[in-house]
Ligand binder design. Structure first.
Ligand SMILES: Nc1ncnc2c1ncn2[C@@H]1O[C@H](COP(=O)(O)O)[C@@H](OP(=O)(O)O)[C@H]1O
Ligand SMILES: [Mg+2]
Ligand SMILES: [Mg+2]
Ligand SMILES: [Mg+2]
Length: 380
């Protein structure tokens, strides 16, 4: 079925027909009416606004990053006032922009550490940052959030997600390590409807507007700040974060794996299939879902993510990136070639690793991954 032919705007008479039809016929059209026929325009606009406003808060903190801004969570990953501030702001903006919709958000951070004795100064700093950002934006009058409002906004991200209804999925700062280093990070926001990602926004404040390649080095001279956004069936666009016009982006059309360039995460990652594919170019190693954004515009051809055994991937680390790449013509799968399933709650339940590339290269890549995994297993 051609998905595009079902994209009907709400004012057209077919929609009345479809909703009448789906009320009387209890089958899959109901699902189609929520995930394909729906335009998600309001939600898309709200998501772009939320991710752009949150980016301003993050930029301000990154510029003035003080050692005391970096906390440590139990898993020892760094979490900064900007992670909390970004999460509070995105929740605030989405609730304000979509007041008539039930609100559910699955997000990375929670307020537990901020409620502990001794965290009052940090909480006050986060609250001031959130209020300053809202006030500079100017869309919400003279509203001022209290520290309790900020804690509640952070904790609205406690939803479990799942396969029913709508859930926002938020990583308030993805690539916190890159953020702390003054390098790449992303604010990643997606919407799930009945377990499927229907829209995604990636705000990448430090990503150059021009293509990056294997000699990429973070530099203050380049023009930076990209907003990627994608909606189901409608393609992927990139816009400078300063607001000028969006352009449609596409993944690379490269068919020969020897010419393909790789993105690598900075986590411990297996790099085994590269030799098999004859890849020559050195990998581009950057933090965060900026990798998905860069791949969606053809900067590189392949992103493999094979973390250590036992690591469970979270949906907020991939939901926005996944739709940004697939709507740009790419493919995202696990090591067995299955698409990622975002309907199982906050964790992705997948076979070993994540493979991101274009449709032409995917079969060779899956084969190389499979062979490498078999070789590795037989050598143990
Ligand atoms: N050992 C590990 N293996 C895989 N992913 C990890 C990891 N440790 C942390 N992560 C996740 O990897 C994300 C960053 O991805 P990347 O390595 O591509 O920059 C982190 O997101 P946060 O920075 O939001 O915590 C975190 O969720
Ligand atoms: Mg984290
Ligand atoms: Mg993350
Ligand atoms: Mg994060």
């Amino acid at each position: 079925m051609n998905v595009n032919c079902l994209r009907i705007v709400p004012s057209q008479p077919q929609v009345k027909f479809i909703s009448l039809f789906s009320r009387t016929h209890n089958y899959s059209l109901l699902k189609l009416s929520s995930s394909v026929v729906m335009s998600y325009d309001k939600e898309f606009a709200a998501a772009k606004k939320a991710a752009s406003i949150a980016a301003r808060l993050c930029q301000k903190v990154q510029k003035a990053l003080l050692q005391s801004d970096v906390q440590s969570k139990l898993d020892r990953s760094p979490v900064t006032v900007a992670d909390y501030g970004s999460q509070a702001l995105v929740s605030f903006v989405l609730e304000r922009e979509l007041p008539s919709e039930p609100f559910s958000i699955v997000a990375e951070e929670d307020s537990k550490d901020l409620r502990k004795d001794g965290a009052q100064d940090t909480l006050q700093r986060i609250t001031d940052l959130v209020n300053d950002t809202i006030s500079i934006d100017g869309s919400y009058g003279s509203i001022t959030l209290s520290t309790e409002d900020v804690l509640k906004a952070i904790d609205s991200g406690k939803s479990e997600g799942g396969s029913h209804g709508r859930h926002w999925v938020l990583d308030p700062i993805d690539g916190t390590k890159g953020f702390v280093r003054g390098d790449q990070y992303a604010i990643a926001l997606a919407l799930l409807d009945e377990g499927k990602v229907v829209l995604g926004v990636l705000s990448c404040p430090n990503l150059p507007l021009a293509s990056i390649s294997s000699d990429y080095q973070h530099s203050a001279d380049k023009e930076v700040g990209c907003l990627f956004f994608a909606k189901i069936g409608a393609g992927t666009y990139m816009q400078p974060l300063n607001g000028s016009s969006p352009v449609k982006v596409q993944v690379t059309a490269i068919e020969n794996s020897e010419e393909a360039s790789f993105f690598d995460p900075l986590i411990r990652n297996l790099d085994f299939p590269k030799q098999k594919l004859g890849v020559k170019a050195p990998p581009v190693r950057i933090d965060s879902q900026a990798k998905y954004g860069a791949l969606s515009r053809g900067d590189g051809a392949i992103y493999l993510r094979f973390p250590h055994k036992g690591y469970r991937e979270k949906i907020w680390d991939h939901a926005a990136g996944c739709i940004v790449v697939t709507e740009a013509g790419g493919v995202v799968s696990d090591a067995s070639g299955n698409p990622l399933d975002f309907s199982k709650g906050k964790y992705l339940d997948l076979d070993i690793g994540i493979i991101v590339t274009n449709q032409k290269l995917m079969p060779a890549l899956l084969k190389a991954v499979k062979e490498s995994l078999e070789e590795k297993a037989s050598s143990l």
